[in-house]
Design a protein around this ligand. Sequence first.
Ligand code: FPP
Length: 250
Amino acid sequence: MNIPFFSNKTSGPLMDQGESTPEHIAIIMDGNGRWAEKLGMSRAAGHKEGVSTVVKIVKAAVDCNVKVLTLYTFSTENWKRPKKEVDTILSMPKEFLQEYLPTLISNHVRIQAIGDMENLPFYTREAVQYAVARTSENNGLQLNLALNYGSRHELLTAMKEMFKDLNDDKLSLRQLSEKDFSKYLYTAGMTDPDLLIRTGGEKRLSNFLLWQLAYTEFWFTDVLWPDFSEGEFLHAVEDYRQRKRRYGGL
Ligand code: FPP
């Protein structure tokens, strides 16, 4: 993970693009395992290389002025993997933050977590909560780590909370709006993603941000996450900028 982090870059192909650069990009970082297996390496090596890509892509997002980057780091379904692999993936946030938190701080990155943090190992939770607290005043890129995240679980939990409030007359059923419901989600207060990138060749959502992706533009690539580069990222952003979003209108 010895990669130079942020440059002092002040210009580049996507700097100062104004309105149409996506404000919020969400990424399903798929393909670590296959990348490693192709090279005869362990799946753990693939996840470690995946962290190097995270570093490059966070830097690229800062450089092109993206406001929010949400990374699908560990899903509620990933517990089905062998314990050794689960432990490896869940140790990645701590390793990443131990090495890069000072650089993230000096680049004004604000770290947030979405997902059910309670069932994560203590070392993951502690590292992430520390980083969230330490960066809470920063006003640069918001980096959301989706950890033990599953959209159906999020929606069900939100509905339960909302029903409680309806029952306690804190909300009116008649006036209930989409905006009201959104406040019960992990992503409360965040804008919905403008662009979803999925690497690794699969074309599915895998229980990621089902509510929030309602009008998001999708970009799929066969490139495996460890091979995903700043150039690919900029390509996806550029492709997004050519699109016309109509939100069901004309
Ligand atoms: C999917 O690839 C990837 C994951 C389940 C884990 C992603 C996690 C990282 C890249 C580490 C992120 C760390 C930080 C700090 C954000 P896969 O293993 O399912 O790949 P495969 O489909 O080739 O088997």
